[in-house]
Design a protein around this ligand. Structure first.
Ligand code: ADE
Length: 232
């Protein structure tokens, strides 16, 4: 898979892809991440990529011209399935959205900054808009890093069986059950006996029940999506 990210602040994306699982996926060529500095497509020699709002108002908006120039340069070389814009008013990022996107070959992610982007970009060049939550970030870069992370961990061969994405929270519309590691007892706090019993089916049953219990309590909407609205 290939992901191209368009940003006017590429420095913000250096660290998220240089460590841990995403870095390993890059090193193993499971994913290619290309970051494009919008300023290379600026409208003048001063590197201008933003301007003030027609009609007035505070803040600056990324201009259509550099973005379209950059998108066209990318399109000339690669066939992309989606042009994604990270925006607080986009569709909420869920595990389902990440699963869907992980099946694509090539994606472009555009990061807004300041007040966002000229609306014509969203209307004519963007195919999907994604939000990582109901709050406003200073730009789309951190949101793009979150989106990429959710996608990359789903790619075949990225996680080992032991850390399989299939056991992640949300994968079955269920939160993950509680997990423990050594020591078995710490200051009178002990690990549930069943997890040390060696009884695989009892462990599996315990984990399922705890996952259900946790989902019902912490994410009642997810629980009802999965199990209907019957009481109990
Ligand atoms: N850009 C600014 N805030 C955002 C959010 N919540 N999700 C995605 N992109 C954003």
């Amino acid at each position: 898979m290939r992901i191209d990210i368009i940003t006017c602040l590429p420095q913000l994306l250096e660290s998220p892809f240089s460590h841990s699982i995403v870095k390993r996926a890059v090193d193993r060529a499971k994913i290619a991440i290309h970051i494009h500095n919008l300023r290379e497509y600026a409208v003048n020699k001063y590197g201008q990529v933003d301007d003030c709002l027609y009609g007035g108002g505070a803040g600056m908006l990324l201009m259509i011209e550099p973005i379209v120039r950059c998108i066209n340069a990318l399109k000339a070389k690669v066939d992309y399935q989606e042009f994604i814009y990270m925006a607080p008013d986009g569709e909420p990022l869920t595990q389902k959205v990440a699963n869907e996107l992980s099946l694509q070959e090539n994606l472009v992610i555009l990061c807004g900054h300041y007040k966002g982007v000229d609306e014509r970009v969203r209307e004519h060049f963007i195919t999907r808009e994604i939000s990582i939550g109901d709050y406003v970030l200073s730009g789309g870069e951190l949101a793009a890093a979150v989106l990429v992370d959710t996608i990359v961990r789903l790619l075949p061969g990225v996680l080992s069986d032991a850390t399989s994405a299939l056991t992640d929270s949300f994968q079955e519309n269920l939160l993950a059950p509680p997990a423990y590691t050594r020591p078995a007892n710490f200051q009178d706090m002990s690990v549930p006996d069943v997890l040390r019993s060696g009884n695989a089916s009892a462990i599996q049953q315990w984990r399922y029940e705890k996952a259900l219990e946790r989902t019902k309590k912490r994410r009642p909407t997810l629980y009802h999506d999965q199990h209907g609205t019957e009481s109990g």
